[in-house]
Unconditional design. Structure first.
Length: 293
């Protein structure tokens, strides 16, 4: 299997538990007797661990194949630990382990892609993450609606990631690229790029909005808008699906119109979405979720 397909498969698989956490939290908090707001306490250490792991991974002298396989297996271990967590603090430890593994995997995949994949392949690679993020809420909605507990749901995801980790371990040499002869032609001058500070600032803001809406969206729709759990789960999946479609469609558009125009239009659309969410809605009806299990 080519390295590009392995990257897409890895991104798709790790996106499922990332997008499913918000849907599982109502059941989780009942298991641990925690308030709704404790979700922020649970997530903050994991996010911090992911940031640190992303920064450190660039200095690790390890080939992409073994690194991606190890990170995937570590994510499977984190999900298994969360599924069996006897207390909230063990769940927090699991999110930290997940954050470390995800930060390393994300950095390794993007670093490899920037060196060996074209712009279109990179776009498809990130679209596969959106596809996995779409599947995650749908899978959780189906399992919880069928009476499965959040622990069983996480256990199933841990099993899937463990199998994927084994596949990536067997295919770890597929990431190696033969060294080609140097190009005798003089290198063209690099294209002008925005400042690193500006790019980092925009990425931080965009990622915060993206993940915040994806994680808190389910609670907002059920508690704030009164949607039934199944309908809210499908709505969250649709949110991630639109991001996947956007990455597939806007990639070629950006190549023709230029990334600056597409970026400006996308940024302008964020406040419009916020206004639509704030529009009046019928009186909420209390929503019920399956027992914590």
């Amino acid at each position: 299997m080519p390295a590009f397909l392995l990257a897409c498969l890895a991104y798709l698989s790790v996106a499922m538990p990332s997008s499913a956490f918000g849907l599982l939290w109502p059941s989780m908090r009942l298991s641990f007797g925690a308030p709704v707001g404790a979700l922020g306490i649970v997530l903050a250490p994991g996010i911090g661990a992911s940031v640190i792991a992303s920064a450190v991974t660039g200095r690790v002298r390890m080939r992409t194949g073994p690194l991606v396989a190890a990170a995937t297996l570590l994510i499977a271990l984190a999900l298994a630990a969360e599924a069996a967590a006897p207390s909230l603090w063990v769940l927090v430890a699991g999110t930290v382990l997940f954050g470390i593994a995800f930060g390393g995997l994300d950095t390794a995949l993007n670093a490899h892609a920037s060196r060996h994949f074209g712009a279109r392949d990179i776009n498809w690679m990130h679209a596969s993450y959106g596809l996995g993020a779409t599947i995650g809420p749908l899978l959780v909605t189906a399992l919880l609606s069928a009476g499965r507990s959040w622990r069983q749901t996480y256990g199933l995801m841990a099993l899937v990631l463990a199998v994927l980790g084994g596949v990536l371990s067997l295919a770890r040499r597929r990431w190696e690229v033969p060294v080609s002869a140097p190009d005798p032609r003089p290198a063209s001058p690099p294209a002008p790029r925005p400042s690193a500070l500006g790019a980092l600032t925009f990425t931080a803001v965009e990622t915060g909005i993206e993940s915040g809406a994806g994680i808190w969206g389910y609670l907002f729709l059920t508690s704030g808008r009164g949607l039934p759990p199944a309908a809210a789960g499908v709505a969250v999946a649709a949110y991630w699906a639109m991001m996947c479609v956007g990455r597939v469609v806007l990639g070629p558009v950006a190549e023709r119109l230029g990334p600056a125009r597409v970026l400006a239009a996308a940024v302008a659309g964020v406040p419009l979405g916020a206004v639509l969410m704030a529009l009046p809605f019928p009186d909420p009806v209390p929503a019920r979720w399956p027992s914590p299990g």
